[in-house]
Write a new protein. Structure first.
Length: 141
């Protein structure tokens, strides 16, 4: 069993991105009042919540009921809708188009969770956490 220290110990994760992308992330982080590390960590966690892919065998249909022969998933449809034969879009343009509402959704969800006392923000601790007792049952567990 891991000790509490091992669960909260921080480790470095490095990645390489084009200079223009780093500048874009830096600017966005500043607009949100975040450090670059906090911005990347938050965006990765937000992305993992929305885009996790369930384990499945190649013969199983996608979770939305679409299989390879039926024309694809809802996300595939969104990608196709964002493209046109006449105009080329960069990776960043597609990403912006497909994730344009993630910040609004995150902000709204965090506000709702804070209003229901399930999540709390601490500037002193630098972020959000589950509120103490937020998920206890009637017996205090």
């Amino acid at each position: 069993m891991a000790s509490d220290g091992a669960e909260t110990e921080r480790k470095t994760v490095m990645t390489y991105v084009p200079a223009y992308q780093k500048e874009r992330w830096k600017t966005h982080a500043e607009e949100l009042g975040m450090s670059q590390s906090e911005f990347v960590r938050t965006m990765v966690q937000a992305g993992r919540r929305d885009f996790e892919i369930p384990d499945r065998t190649p013969d199983e249909p996608d979770s939305d009921g679409a299989d390879e022969n039926s024309g694809g998933s809802e996300f595939e449809s969104r990608v196709l809708d964002a493209l046109s034969p006449a105009d080329h879009r960069s990776w960043d343009e597609l990403l912006d188009t497909l994730t344009d509402d993630i910040e609004d959704r995150l902000d709204e969800t965090l506000q709702d969770l804070q209003a229901s006392n399930r999540v709390q923000y601490s500037g002193r601790h630098g972020g959000y956490a589950l509120a103490p007792g937020a998920f206890e049952d009637d017996d205090g567990r």
